[in-house]
Design a protein around this ligand. Structure first.
Ligand code: SF4
Length: 688
């Protein structure tokens, strides 16, 4: 039988690379380059190269499973959906919560959002954007009126300077890293701020090795130095910004002198000076950031401070500039756009806005109305409510997420999920969360269905079906539509194709209003906002004005605050967590890929060589890492690339799960947990 090639979009990171799936005998056998996408031009990273390897794993879920007497038993779809429908109907609306998925398509997420608000009539819907970029959504929306990456991926190559902070771009968004190198090849200087000298740090011209959690202090110090030297863009500030006086009053305080900032951040004064000068004098400075900025109790403050620096220097709305928030998962941007959040419908239309509430009530035509127009619980808050307010939340429907690895303080998460009266998980593999479920539904993966996903630069691209799902597995929105029908809402979920779901979504989503499958079905696809059928899409935001009511960017003074838990005599090290190039998120897919798993079979803790020497710990030794919340056994990796006093653990590996140690301290606005900073100690394992 001949090979066929099906072009699709990568299911891993938010870069959104395109490649071909190679199909033989009706099964995906490999990947091959697709050269026409402007995102990656035929190149992929190792995860993309091996993105076919998990698809036909022997342990895919193929039948619905119902737990009986503590054991999962195979069931028919009819039996499983009837049971779920009966149970769901037995709970009051606000006793139910739903988690949508940054891994699933826009169509799947729209269906889940409509199901939560229209069928269950609950306000409590969220997804794992809460754990990665909720601070970006909240912070950038507050100051720019839009919570998304401002420029495009190819545009990064046009920058004259790049300030990369809290993003190991070369490992976590490798094909975006390629554009950093392109800019550098044309003479751009790269400044990199991080506690670790990562692969990205090694490529930088100036490396600012700072303590995790001191971002606002660092940024305020840079802004003070820029203002002191008159490098701010006075014209941009006068015409396009409000609140400059408030910002200036804060950042010019003596505590943000370079000497003080150096003491707090650990970055030498001369390096701070050099960074401020490079940014202040640049013709086009692009900032790239990721979860090193967002996953803090000051996540929103950090994000806003980045926006302030770019407004101060006039680096917005032009090629080679911008606030480039690099989103984590393949469709985390899309899941947010689809309103899989507790405070907005699609396109960030607020649920507390009576006009938006009426718009969705009218469009969806549920005879018994939709969830009330009040904000619901974020996933991190759901876990707290489950443990602290017994009986308030009773049932949960989780699609394509694994909070038992991804959420902070796993002992707390396990306690929370076990207190549910009824849990439904819908996924492609059995995972640590699904093990706790009452019913598990088998879902199709990205290669087995049609749909769209929106990458970090707001580009909406297609998934195309390359093979049938295994066994009786089905697409997520199809399962949701069948369940809705069983609960008496067939009319509202009468879609026959994913295109019909997309078309309905576009009618209620202004930023997607001009998009159709026909328009997206081309290599460059379309960037939102694309409000009309004639609109060409918007690769660069904020060209003339911001999305705020008066069109001006909003500055304010933000004072520096330390993280929730600082190292002390008992727990003397600062733990930061993150990803590695070979694995993805909770490892459900990448650890089933032979080639990726071989490269990095398990986790490790990075320890500064001087700290290791003082502790008597050797490279490769199995040690204990302990926080106030739990402990793990893990291999020590001794290195001089991590800052003294700081340790790093990748969070993909269940057998040494970093989130056993992390803290569930939340940003007060975004409710994002502080995964990037908590206090730990490490100990040698005593021989028995
Ligand atoms: Fe996939 Fe991201 Fe790698 Fe591109 S950079 S191939 S989107 S994991």
């Amino acid at each position: 039988m001949e090979l066929s090639y099906v072009q699709t979009t990568c299911p891993y990171c938010g870069t959104g690379c395109s490649f071909n799936l190679v199909v033989k005998d009706g099964k995906v056998q490999g990947t091959a380059p697709y050269h026409r996408s402007p995102v990656n031009e035929g190149k992929v990273c190792p995860k993309g190269l091996y993105a076919h390897e998990f698809i036909n794993s022997g342990d895919r879920l193929t039948k619905p499973l119902i737990k009986k007497d503590g054991k999962f038993v195979e069931a028919s779809w009819d039996e499983a959906l009837k049971l779920i429908a009966e149970k769901f109907k037995s709970f009051k609306p606000d006793e139910c919560a739903c988690l949508a998925s940054a891994r699933a398509s826009n169509e799947d997420n729209y269906a889940m959002m409509k199901f939560a608000r229209g069928v269950l009539k609950t306000r409590h819907i969220d997804h794992c954007a809460r754990l990665c970029h909720a601070s970006t959504v909240a912070g950038l929306a507050a100051i720019f009126g839009s919570g998304a990456m401002t420029n495009s991926i190819p545009d990064i190559a046009e920058a004259k300077t790049l300030f990369v902070i809290g993003s190991n771009t070369f490992e976590n968004h490798p094909l975006i890293g390629r554009n950093i190198m392109r800019a550098q090849a044309k003479g751009a200087k790269v400044i990199y701020a991080d506690p670790r000298k990562t692969a990205t740090g090694k490529q930088a011209d100036l490396f600012l090795q700072f303590y995790s959690g001191t971002d606002v202090c660092l940024l305020n110090g840079l802004m003070q130095e820029i203002i002191k030297n008159g490098w701010e863009d006075k014209d941009f500030i006068a015409k396009r910004v409000s609140g400059f006086d408030d910002l200036k009053a804060e950042v010019m305080k003596p505590e943000y002198s370079l000497e003080n900032v150096s003491t707090i951040t650990g970055v030498p004064v001369d390096q701070l000076k050099e960074a401020a000068e490079l940014i202040g004098k640049s013709e086009a400075n692009a900032i790239l950031y990721s979860m090193g900025i967002t996953q803090h109790t000051t996540g929103v403050d950090n994000v806003k401070s980045i926006g302030f620096l770019q407004m101060l220097t006039g680096n917005l709305g032009r090629p080679g500039t911008g606030v480039n928030a690099l989103r984590g998962q393949n469709n985390v941007q899309g899941a947010c756009d689809m309103g899989a959040l507790p405070v907005v419908y699609t396109a960030y239309q607020k649920v507390i806005d009576p006009a938006a509430h009426k718009k969705f009530e009218d469009a969806w035509k549920f005879k018994d109305g939709i969830a009330k127009g009040e904000n619901g619980y974020e996933v991190t808050v759901m876990m707290d409510v489950l443990t602290d307010k017994p009986g308030e939340l009773k049932c949960m429907y989780i699609m394509g997420e694994n909070p038992m690895i991804s959420d902070p303080d796993l002992t707390h998460v396990e306690h929370a999920l076990k207190s549910l009266e009824f849990l439904v998980c819908q996924d492609i593999f059995m995972n640590e969360t699904a093990e706790l479920a009452d019913v598990v539904l088998p879902a199709a993966c990205y290669a087995e269905k049609e749909g769209t996903q929106t990458n970090t630069e707001r580009r909406v691209q297609m998934w195309r079906k390359a093979q049938n799902p295994p066994g009786e597995a089905r697409g997520d929105w199809e399962i949701i539509a069948d369940l809705a029908a069983k609960m008496g809402y067939a009319e509202q979920f009468a879609w026959k194709t994913s295109e019909e779901v997309f078309n309905e979504m576009a009618t209620v989503t202004p930023s997607y209003g001009g998009m159709t499958y026909e328009r997206l079905n081309k290599p460059e696809a379309l960037h939102w906002p694309c409000p009309t059928k004639e609109h060409p899409g918007t690769p660069i935001l904020h060209g003339e004005k911001f999305g705020t009511p008066d069109g001006k960017g909003i500055m304010s003074g933000i004072s520096f605050k330390y993280q929730a838990e600082r190292p002390d005599a008992e727990f003397p090290f600062l733990l930061t967590t993150g990803r590695c190039i070979w694995h993805w998120h909770t490892g459900t897919m990448t650890r089933r890929s032979e080639n990726l798993a071989r490269e990095e079979p398990t986790g490790w803790v990075e320890i500064n060589d001087e700290d290791a020497k003082a502790l008597g710990i050797k490279n490769g030794e199995m040690i204990k890492a302990i926080s106030r919340r739990g402990e793990i056994q893990i291999t020590a990796r001794v290195t001089d690339t991590i800052k003294k006093g700081v340790m790093f653990i990748p969070f993909h590996f269940v057998e040494c799960a970093a989130n056993m140690l992390t803290i569930n301290a939340l940003d007060p606005i975004a409710k994002i947990p502080e995964s990037k900073a908590c206090a730990i100690k490490v100990e040698k394992i005593q021989e028995a």
